[in-house]
Ligand binder design. Structure first.
Ligand code: PGA
Length: 253
């Protein structure tokens, strides 16, 4: 059985105090209300990670993750953070290849594949993001484009490694726009991704991989989207900044 996962992506939001308050609220609500087989991950700004880690210490199904990491091991990369630094403060998850990184920081799948390798070198589970823009969907190229993103960034991995990757399908036109993919659009893309993984690796490997949906996921649409046979949870932006909304999404399986 693959894992059910809900990951929050705070992006560049929350100062330390409000981030700590939000994490405490989520942590307590998760302990009281969320089924223990759901893995909850809070991906926060780098500078908060240690402090937030201390708040959730000892809790079973909640973890703190990063939103990025650098593709090189170490060296003269002013302002950057390496995977080994994250590992040294106890971080086991990182979002890699988010569409905002692709758009605003020029990240390509070739670069992202190096970040994926750094994550594996340092025992960090990558949450690999893929997804098409609106013009690609309108031109009916969305399956081909997403499959190519996955091939280019992930298909150098071994079967053992690919089974550990978390994939987040996030149609760019749905991120922060209030427009969600319908449950049918999410399920058909997730099924396509799983088939693509199965063709390259094996059905067993593809069936082990959690594929999350992201893009304007909210408490009032999460249940319908998560009901898809190939939808194993969500990557949540805006709604992860409110404890009640985020935890309600965590309860939507
Ligand atoms: P959103 O963001 O939920 O605010 O649309 C999702 C994401 O970017 O991961």
């Amino acid at each position: 059985m693959r894992k059910k996962i809900v990951a929050g992506n705070w992006k560049m939001n929350k100062d330390l105090h409000s981030g700590r308050v939000l994490t405490s609220e989520i942590s307590n609500m998760v302990a009281d209300e969320v089924k223990p087989d759901v893995q909850v991950i809070i991906c926060a700004p780098y500078i908060h990670l240690t402090s937030l880690g201390a708040i959730i210490e000892g809790r079973n199904n909640i973890a703190i993750g990063a939103q990025n990491l650098h593709q090189e091991v170490s060296g003269a990369y002013t302002g950057e953070i390496s995977a080994s630094m994250l590992q040294s403060i106890g971080i086991n998850y990182a979002i890699i290849g988010h569409s905002e990184r692709r758009e605003y920081f020029g990240e390509s799948d070739a670069l992202i594949s190096k970040k994926i390798d750094q994550a594996f070198e340092n025992n960090i589970t990558p949450i690999y993001c893929c997804g098409e823009t609106l013009d690609i969907r309108e031109a009916d190229n969305h399956f081909a484009v997403v499959n190519k993103q996955i091939s280019d960034a992930l298909f150098h991995l071994s079967e053992d490694q690919i089974k550990q990757v978390i994939i987040a399908y996030e149609p760019v036109w749905a991120i922060g726009t209030g427009k969600t993919a319908t449950a049918e659009q999410a399920q058909e893309m997730h099924k396509n991704i799983r088939e693509h993984l199965s063709n390259k690796y094996s059905k067993a490997a593809a069936d082990a991989i959690s594929i999350l949906y992201g893009g304007s996921c909210k408490p009032d649409n999460a249940k319908e989207i998560f009901a898809g046979a190939d939808v194993d949870g969500g990557l949540i932006g805006g709604a992860s900044l409110k404890s009640r909304d985020f935890v309600d999404i965590c309860k939507s399986f």
